[in-house]
Design a protein around this ligand. Structure first.
Ligand code: FMN
Ligand code: 173
Length: 350
């Protein structure tokens, strides 16, 4: 009999997840906007970057930890905010939070989580949670959500700014996937005895970022920046970090690959605040490439979903563990002792 082995690479979790998920749910998680050109570009861009190792550097103990505005992480790979974890596993965001806490990394709880932020926090005491927010045009309601996130112990607010409208996702349209099944809802959108829909409004502007900053003491991270001019504006508006992202190719199709946008944003930010990046990270080598190009840390969206769908908390723990081990291995073979010593000279186009 062929022994069944645990997946030994992040990518193997996708097949395991696909086998377990309803096709419409798999498509929701995997898919993106339009022709999915950006979805594919995110991963392809990492394949087009080569690593150039240094030798005989006598690197001793490795350093993978990073310090960010919302706290420390033992590895430079955060859990990106993704919606609807209970579609992937009955424990939903609770399982994800436990695995992230065990890996000593940050979980960014989605505003569209299917477990309330208070319950996510209670499931993983000692874990670091940030809260992702779509600023709602109803500012009083936005403030109520911010207060909940603060009270639950979240240490940063991640404001997603790439969604002035919902992305057009053909797979979801074909599958008729437009709502959660009975018994599941966006628990962070509860307002008295009703659950409000998430509004993605084109009216949101820099003025709202200013209002939000006045609303809270928490560091505000801007997620979904692609243009260097917006990175500069973000600094003018006092953000604590800039997060380069095209939403995993789920918003505007044909936006360039995230890692290809990184150098210009890093140059625009000029070291004033940390720059985070997500989109297409599947390997430890992808993590070190992004950090060599100036990211302070990266985040993974779909890999976490695949781990969760395949094997719950254990699957997410394995995905994060694989990425951590691969980062260490890549550092060793690059001749670099610390993620802080990664430099652009270690990467070149190929
Ligand atoms: C299924 C799914 C749901 C997502 N939900 C959210 C969300 O609620 N809020 C948000 O800011 N980003 C959301 N994103 C975007 C992720 O935070 C992240 O930018 C993206 O997944 C990174 O690309 P990757 O999946 O290649 O790692 C979602 C992504 C996926 C795949
Ligand atoms: O699917 C997404 O990418 C996403 O960001 C989202 C946000 C709110 C509700 C559902 C999904």
């Amino acid at each position: 009999m062929t022994p069944v082995r645990a997946p030994s690479a992040v990518r193997e979790f996708e097949a395991a997840a696909r086998a377990r998920l309803l096709p419409a749910h798999y498509d929701y998680f995997a898919g993106g906007a339009g022709e999915e050109i950006t979805v594919r570009a995110n991963e392809a861009a990492f394949a087009r970057l080569a690593l150039l190792p240094r030798v005989l550097r006598g690197t001793g103990k490795l350093q993978t930890g990073v310090t960010l505005p919302g706290g420390r992480a033992a590895m430079p790979v955060l859990v990106a905010p993704t919606a609807f974890h209970r579609l992937a596993h009955p424990e939903g965001e609770r399982a994800t939070a436990r695995a992230a806490a065990a890996a000593e990394t940050v979980m960014v709880v989605s505003m569209a989580a299917t477990v309330a932020v208070e319950d996510v926090a209670a499931a993983a005491p000692g874990g670091t949670l940030w809260f992702q927010l779509y600023i709602q045009p109803d500012l009083a309601f936005t403030e109520a959500i911010v207060r909940r996130a603060e009270a639950a112990g979240c240490t940063a607010l991640v404001v997603t700014v790439d969604s002035p409208a919902r992305g057009r996702r053909d797979r979801d349209q074909h599958n008729g996937f437009d709502d959660l099944p009975d018994g599941m809802c966006c628990e962070n959108l509860r307002d008295g005895d009703r659950v409000r829909p998430i509004v993605m409004s084109p009216e949101i502007s820099w003025r709202h970022v200013d209002l939000l900053r006045r609303m809270t003491e928490l560091p505000v991270v801007l997620k979904g920046v692609t243009h260097p001019d917006d990175a500069r504006l973000a600094l003018d508006h006092g953000v604590a970090a800039v997060w380069v992202s095209n939403h995993g190719g789920r918003q505007l199709d044909t936006v360039p690959a995230a890692v290809d946008l990184l150098p210009e944003v890093v140059a625009a930010v000029g070291g004033a605040v940390p720059v985070l990046l997500d989109g297409g990270i599947r390997r430890g080598t992808d993590v070190v490439k992004a950090m060599a190009l100036g990211a302070s840390a990266v985040a993974v969206g779909r890999p976490v979903i695949w781990g969760l769908a395949a094997d719950g908390e254990r699957g997410v723990a394995r995905v994060l563990g694989l990425l951590h081990d691969e980062v260490e291995h890549a550092l060793t073979l690059l001749g670099v002792a610390s993620v802080h010593d990664l430099r652009p000279g270690l990467v070149r186009p190929c």
